[in-house]
Design a protein. Structure first.
Length: 282
């Protein structure tokens, strides 16, 4: 009975650990074909808008969140040296679709005009919306069209910021009112557009696809829990059984009792057959 209880305890402990870790590492909800908190009005910590993440290369660049006042909340990204600094949000895009990604931008202080200024893009892409370098203290609407293939439906991190991959730049840009809309109309000629490839690499994942960080964590969690369960089985077989006291083995007790009874019977039999020395003398 104690062995059964021990085995059950190990199994319950392993399942509990698995449940706790899975809940802790559960991925956040990925919005489908839309942007969450695109107006930046929600901010739990007061330092960054909710549902957005930092993406700053080499720790160069400062990102500041400004709460809504009389107009709207906005995010300002600034750097006095060449940088690739932005904020991003992971969005699930449908296959065979075209999206219009927009944002209002106010840019200034960019002296280098051969690299990216203030842009909208998709993480991992070298291209993006038309760069803005100086909007004369005016909010200007920037647009980027995104087309997906007919084979891949997955999640992509959409970004807003300054500079880019191999296109670092220094300056200041503010962003507000980010939107993403599924459109059915044709893309205007000469519009900025990114076509997300359907080519598959690394075990079937799209070359442009980005797997949520928590997915790899879940894989490791499953492996760890599997090892724990296997360890529990091995512990039960090789440790618990060997360490079981003799008084917990009813078969052994029966054998010992039987041996004792046989020994007593043998001694009684010997006593009966022992010759009586007094009778021999008569």
């Amino acid at each position: 009975m104690k062995r059964i209880i021990s085995a059950l305890s190990i199994m319950v402990l392993s399942v509990s650990i698995f449940a706790c870790i899975t809940v802790t590492a559960a991925p956040t909800e990925i919005p489908k074909s839309s942007i969450i908190n695109g107006n930046f009005e929600k901010s739990t910590n007061g330092k960054m808008p909710d549902n957005w993440e930092l993406n700053v290369y080499n720790n160069v660049g400062t990102i500041t969140y400004f709460k809504k006042t009389t107009n709207s909340a906005y995010v300002t990204i600034t750097s006095d040296q060449p940088a690739d600094a932005r904020i991003k949000q992971l969005v699930q895009l449908e296959k065979s679709s075209t999206y219009l990604f927009t944002c209002e931008i106010k840019a200034s202080g960019f002296k280098e005009t051969t690299t990216n200024g203030a842009v909208l893009s998709v993480l991992g892409q070298t291209t993006g919306s038309k760069s803005l370098f100086d909007t004369k203290d005016q909010w200007v609407k920037s647009q980027l069209y995104i087309k997906t293939s007919d084979k891949i439906e997955t999640s992509y991190p959409l970004t807003i910021g300054i500079g880019g991959h191999s296109s670092l730049n220094a300056g200041t840009a503010s962003f507000r009112n980010v939107t993403l809309k599924l459109i059915k109309t044709a893309v205007p000629k000469d519009a900025a557009i990114i076509s997300l490839s359907s080519s598959t690499i690394n075990g079937g994942q799209s070359g442009n696809a980005v797997i949520p960080e928590s997915s790899s964590s879940v894989i490791w969690i499953v492996i760890i829990v599997g090892v724990l369960l296997l360890g529990g089985v091995v512990y039960y077989i090789f440790v618990m059984r060997k360490s079981t006291p003799d008084d917990e083995n009813p078969d052994k007790e029966g054998e010992e009792d039987k041996t004792s009874d046989e020994t007593v019977e043998d001694e009684d039999f010997k006593k009966e057959e022992k010759p009586n020395s007094d009778n021999d003398l008569l």
